[in-house]
Design a protein around this ligand. Structure first.
Ligand SMILES: Cc1ncc(COP(=O)(O)O)c(C=O)c1O
Length: 430
């Protein structure tokens, strides 16, 4: 992990980006001093280090937020940069927003591309994963009768978009199911392979599922599908800046993500990656001139919009780099294991449907069920009685409660949550 000198150079590398506020800079410097040269796993349980990271946020501490999978707060300095730019824009938007702030999207593009491992000319800055994914789903030419394979655990809005396309264009959407936790990568690849026919044109796969947090074997699915001429769309809403990976590790041609989840950028930020040679064939959601056919910026032709939001991505990215992707992933898994392994150890009524033993198969998101307990009632009890925010999920094949901590979650918070679940198991939630 970065030494102090490396930390300073991380800050220097971020100098092209908006600088940290004194408060954020101080929190990161103190955190770096606490960290020393320790490896990510050794630092994961260190509450002193993570308390410094915590100080970069202004949070409502009357609630314990264990639904960071939905949308996350930005660190205060990231929000302040956005507010500063909104105010500056509003002084004379035609000049300050269009002429001064909007062109800075190019450095956001460059830095996102560097992080993801692609060329900036393959990176479009959009408003969320929904926009990125819908560009893929609605943007590829498909003929009546062409087939698309999805899973029933893909994100509902994406499934709705495919369904609308089926109703409008007569394509055929074939959803596959899979058990959780999936027994192996090969099992998942085989589920997709078995659904392929000569008419299959696209597979849409979720990099990490929003239900149980399973990390899908994207690379293996791409390697299986590409020789058959099948496009693979990757919905990475939950993956980018959650755990480290690059475009080349995935081998993906198309990737969409939100940045207001794990990158901690302001609400309304995301990206769409399209491999350069694929850009001319993927239409934008909102029309762009023919001269832009091969230009990734065609996906940003959305009319007048605030420049402040997307420019603040740069500040969030600098914060992410200052923590370090490996450290973040190790801490998130440590927090997940802390509650999940304890519940498993202390109650034989608990089942965890997220892989805990293999770090490549899951991250912060954990999903558990309590035998004989309605997850909606448990979620309501945790919130009403104890101010703990969770995500109860009822799905045809399984149901339970999803828990997602973030970098500012403390060990005390997950302990309190686990105490309360064990109390609910002992006494009931009626
Ligand atoms: C897997 C997945 N895809 C897409 C989305 C949509 O993200 P957004 O609402 O930020 O567009 C989500 C949101 O939770 C998600 O979990």
């Amino acid at each position: 992990m970065p030494s102090r000198r490396q930390f300073v150079s991380t800050l220097a590398a971020a100098a092209a980006l908006p600088t940290f506020t004194p408060r954020a800079g101080l929190a990161l410097r103190r955190a770096s001093e606490v960290a020393g040269a320790r490896a990510a796993d050794a630092l994961a349980p260190d509450e002193d280090y993570w308390a410094e990271i915590n100080r970069a946020f202004d949070l409502d501490r009357t609630l314990i937020n264990l639904n960071n999978g939905g949308v996350s707060p930005a660190p205060t300095h990231v929000l302040e940069q956005m507010i500063r730019d909104l105010k500056f824009s509003n002084e004379i938007p035609v000049q300050h927003m269009w002429r001064e702030l909007e062109p800075r999207i190019e450095s956001v593009r460059r830095e996102l591309a560097r992080e993801f491992g692609c060329d900036p000319e393959e990176m479009a800055v959009v408003r969320n994963a929904s926009e990125a994914n819908e560009t893929m789903i609605l943007g590829l030419d498909l003929a009546r009768g062409d087939e698309v394979i999805v899973t029933t655990q893909n994100y509902p809005r994406m499934l709705t978009t495919w369904d609308q396309r089926a109703r409008r264009d007569g394509i055929v959407v074939k959803p596959i199911t899979f058990t959780v936790p999936p027994p192996s990568d090969d099992y998942l690849v085989e589920r997709f392979r078995a659904a392929i026919t000569p008419r299959t044109k696209v597979i849409e796969v979720t990099h990490i599922t929003n239900l149980t947090g399973h990390v899908m074997p994207v690379r293996k699915i791409v390697d299986m599908a590409r020789p058959l001429g099948i496009e693979v769309f990757v919905d990475g809403a939950h993956a980018f800046a959650h755990f480290p990976f690059t475009r080349d590790q995935l081998g993906a041609d198309y990737y969409g993500t939100s940045l207001h989840k794990w990158l901690l950028a302001p609400v309304g930020t995301g990206f769409l990656y399209v491999r350069r040679e694929k850009i001319p064939k993927l239409w934008p959601l909102m029309a762009a001139p023919a001269t832009m056919t091969a230009d990734v910026r065609k996906y940003e032709e959305i009319g007048t919009h605030p420049a402040a939001n997307h420019n603040a991505i740069a500040a969030a990215l600098a914060f992410h780099r200052a923590i370090g992707a490996e450290r973040k992933a190790a801490r998130l898994r440590w927090l997940r294991d802390r509650w999940a392994k304890r519940l498993l150890a202390e109650s034989d009524r608990v089942k965890v449907l997220t892989h805990l033993s293999d770090p490549t198969k899951a991250g912060a998101i954990g999903f558990f069920a309590v035998d004989g307990m309605d997850p909606n009632k448990l979620g309501a009890w945790l919130y009403d009685k104890h101010r703990v925010v969770t995500t109860p999920i009822v799905f045809p094949e399984f149901s339970g409660v999803r828990i997602t901590p973030n970098v500012y979650t403390t060990a005390d918070e997950v302990d309190l949550f686990a105490d309360k679940v064990l109390e609910a198991i002992r006494r009931g939630v009626a």
